[in-house]
Design a protein around this ligand. Structure first.
Ligand code: ZN
Length: 247
């Protein structure tokens, strides 16, 4: 089975549509949260994800737009975008986002996989960036494979059970990893709508259960169109500008 894995869409519908076109047909689609926040099309992104995703997790920006968390520790631009998003959300969008779980175990083709937004230890908040943090997090889930988002950096973390050693590595576009017994993985596809790994293209990955591989992908989208929509919505100019650089 072919599973599309994506997240951190951040109300960027143009990027989401480019990813869905590039991805093509899949047996399942899993979304790692942060459907909204930052970008110009929150309701459209929620509607599209409702339609296509088999599974969607809650992210911190989804909770911020719902008023479920205090945004006082967001930077001023992120807080302004969160307030704008909250004002835009329809009752239907709110209901969908409110019903999102924080972490799930799901099975596909006989393989059980953990899916969350930040980390297994702190599903909403933790930015999983280092091998040391990853090593601790492997104790908070039991499946061989876990998907996370939140950092907006395409990357993966491994844990060799025999050597008890963690690694942390960036995942370049086109990278294909094969899962092997005895090595557990936490994989981050990168961000659809606001990449922060200096590659402005939208990011996603494909999990193929036949052969047990993960492949990271990037796809160019019309950044200028998203930026024009952000200007029109009155969102902070710096949030539009950063899309050019993938920062
Ligand atoms: Zn995010």
């Amino acid at each position: 089975m072919r599973v599309g894995v994506l997240g951190d869409i951040h109300s960027n519908l143009v990027a989401l549509e480019a990813v869905l076109r590039s991805l093509g047909p899949v047996d399942q689609l899993w979304c790692l949260g942060d459907v909204v926040g930052y970008g110009p099309n929150p309701n459209e992104c929620v509607a599209r994800i409702r339609e296509v995703a088999d599974l969607c997790i809650a992210g911190n920006h989804d909770w911020a737009a719902l008023g479920k968390i205090d945004i006082s520790d967001f930077n001023p631009d992120a807080a302004a975008a969160a307030r704008w998003t909250a004002a835009q959300l329809t009752e239907e969008s709110r209901a969908f986002l409110l019903a999102r779980p924080l972490m799930v175990e799901t099975s596909v083709d006989g393989h059980t996989v953990t899916v969350t937004h930040g980390s297994p230890r702190e599903p909403i908040w933790e930015y999983l960036l280092t091998a040391a943090a990853a090593a601790e997090n492997f104790e908070y889930f039991s499946t061989p494979l876990c998907f996370v988002g939140h950092t907006h950096i395409a990357s993966f973390f491994s844990w060799d059970e025999a050597r008890r050693r963690p690694t942390a590595q960036p995942a370049r576009p086109g990278l294909q990893l094969q899962l092997v017994p005895g090595v557990r993985l936490i994989a981050n596809p990168g961000s659809v709508g606001q990449p922060r790994d200096r590659d402005p293209r939208a990011a996603y990955l494909v999990y193929e259960t036949n052969g047990h591989t993960l492949t990271w992908h990037r796809v160019a989208y019309d950044i200028a169109e998203t930026q024009a929509r952000m200007r029109e919505a009155g969102l902070p100019p710096r949030l539009a500008e950063r899309l050019n650089y993938g920062l």
